[in-house]
Design a protein. Structure first.
Length: 103
């Protein structure tokens, strides 16, 4: 979760007078007597929740793509010599590149 929160805070820096509480797992105001700070914390908690769910959703798709690339890579090595391995190999290499892997 900390990695996701760090990514979130890179995009949306934590407003002044608000901090992340490890013990409660939410944003809290330094001064709870200020309603606008409490409202801002509620907003930031909701943004982080949405951001986290989006990250988790894309992780599922990346995992499926990763499995597909692994299967393609395996089958590519099994192709007979009469098949144009250069084209197929380029497709596998491009898929790995998109996933952020080396060829």
């Amino acid at each position: 979760m900390n990695d996701i929160r760090a990514k979130f805070e890179e995009i949306w820096p934590v407003p002044n007078r608000i901090f992340w509480s490890e013990s409660s797992g939410e944003y809290l105001p330094h001064d709870e007597s200020k309603p606008h700070l409490v409202d801002k914390c509620i907003e930031w908690d909701a943004r982080l929740d949405t951001f986290t769910r989006c990250q988790e959703t894309t992780d599922v798709y990346v995992s499926l793509i990763d499995e597909l690339v692994a299967a393609l890579d395996h089958h590519w090595t099994e192709l007979p010599d009469c098949v144009n391995k250069e084209i197929t190999g380029n497709l596998v290499d491009r898929a790995k590149q998109i996933l952020g892997r080396e060829k």
